[in-house]
Design a protein around this ligand. Structure first.
Ligand code: HEC
Length: 395
């Protein structure tokens, strides 16, 4: 499912200019060419491996990238890409969008709480959120529609919390939308209440469209997705808002193409939103930051609480591969290679440094590169394990 590539975690400004996509050519009239920056590329920040949203594969660029292409076309500008992994959440936005490496980031949650006032937004172009996945033909009208059913919920997600107090609904905790779909397919659950865009994508690509997917609505369950800009880009934002209505039909078609849940959302009553960011103390509205481009990979997001399974898997890899230099269980008296001090050393940048170092290594200093050896999921699990052993001092 993931395109093969090697530039992970680092900011590679691989601008591919001049790639003018005309998907929406027939539908869109270019904006009047009065602006001085007319020929400047419209620079889009996107994750190279985040389908269904974005990918650096030209044959399957993803929902957001195709919207960006249609948008660039409507603005009469060529498109350029700044690829950057979105695992780093808000940090990605800070480095790319606010660092002026791109003009726009598609799919941010339209909310002041999301990095406002530094980030400003276009009007919403879609709704994204958790969805109910089930065999076709079952209309689930809300929480009572789940009575007596076995329901897969993602660990530390709003749906898990929403159903926690319901003794008449049997919950099965899963760690990812992938696992939720598997549980459904293997008949272990009747319904999967999981992250909608990924569920839709998997339904389309791995399950022959066998399941129906209903988007849900309620606090912490879904958000308006919009296009984010740096706060100084009000003029561009206004021009994007002016052409967005012309693109709505194209966007609807793209949503179908990428399997995103469409149709009327199922309303859920007052849910206490559980932001996956709870553990980082990111505040009551942190759930908003879990959405979309930045965290479609919610279950793997930097804010997500490490699951016991991931910690266990990470520890096993660590002790099998990393321990002969970094010490068993990461216990190491030589400070320089004591990975229990990562957080102490790097603070908010810890994940970033970890990601870059394990992928690329520091060959001149004796730290090998591991990107050909492990998957991103495995790196995530190693990171989860390391999070459990952080300390301020190794004395
Ligand atoms: C052959 C020995 C060796 C192995 C095996 C090894 N490392 Fe390292 N690692 C090093 C050395 C040496 C450094 C310090 C490099 C430097 O001085 O900047 C390092 C640095 C690091 C750092 C950055 C530490 C910091 O504070 O900047 C991380 C993270 C890391 N290693 C993770 C891992 C992981 C995860 C594995 C297993 C997949 C691993 N290493 C396996 C030798 C090794």
């Amino acid at each position: 499912m993931r395109p093969n590539h090697s530039g992970i975690g680092t900011n590679r400004n691989r601008a591919i200019s001049g790639l003018l996509a005309c998907v929406a050519a027939a539908l869109v009239v270019p904006a009047s060419p009065l602006h001085a920056d007319e020929a400047q590329p419209f620079r889009l920040c996107a994750d190279p491996t985040n389908l269904p949203f974005s990918s650096d594969s030209p044959s399957q660029p993803g929902f957001y990238v195709e919207i960006g292409q249609a948008l660039a076309h409507a603005l009469g500008r060529p498109i350029a890409y700044d690829w950057y992994k979105s695992y780093f959440g808000k940090r990605t936005v800070r480095v790319t969008l606010l660092g002026k490496q791109c003009d726009a980031m598609i799919g941010l949650p339209r909310s002041e709480d999301f990095m406002g006032p530094a980030v400003i937004f276009s009007n919403a172009f879609a709704k994204e959120g958790y969805a109910l996945v089930a065999a076709k033909g079952q209309a689930i009208g809300g929480v009572d529609g789940l009575k007596g059913k076995r329901v897969a919920v993602q660990f530390a997600s709003t749906p898990q919390n929403l159903l926690a107090s319901r003794d008449d609904i049997q919950k099965v905790t899963v760690l990812s939308p992938e696992e939720g779909m598997q549980a459904l397919d293997q008949g272990k659950v009747d319904v999967a209440f999981i992250w909608g865009p990924v569920a839709g994508w998997l339904n389309k690509t791995s399950y022959d469209d066998r399941y129906q997917i209903q988007l849900t609505e309620g606090e912490g369950l879904s958000w308006d997705a919009a296009i984010g800009f740096a706060k100084t880009s009000t003029e561009l934002r206004d021009r994007v808002d002016a052409v967005l209505p012309q693109l709505q039909k194209t966007i609807g078609e793209l949503a179908v193409k990428y399997g995103l849940p469409t149709g009327q959302p199922v309303r859920f009553g007052a849910a206490r939103a559980v932001p996956a960011g709870t553990t980082t103390g990111a505040g009551t509205h942190a759930g908003v930051s879990e959405v979309a481009n930045v965290v479609a990979t919610e279950a793997k997001g930097d804010a997500a609480a490490p699951s016991a399974a991931a910690v266990g898997a990470g520890k096993e890899i660590f002790n099998g591969t990393c321990a002969h230099c970094h010490g068993p269980d990461a216990i190491q008296s030589e400070r320089k290679i004591d990975l229990r001090l990562l957080h102490h050393r790097y603070g908010d940048d810890t994940r970033d440094v970890f990601w870059k170092t394990v992928h690329e290594g520091r060959p001149s200093k004796g730290m090998p590169a591991w990107q050909e050896v492990f998957t991103d999921e495995q790196f995530d699990s190693i990171y989860s394990f390391l999070q459990t052993v952080q300390t301020e001092s190794n004395d």
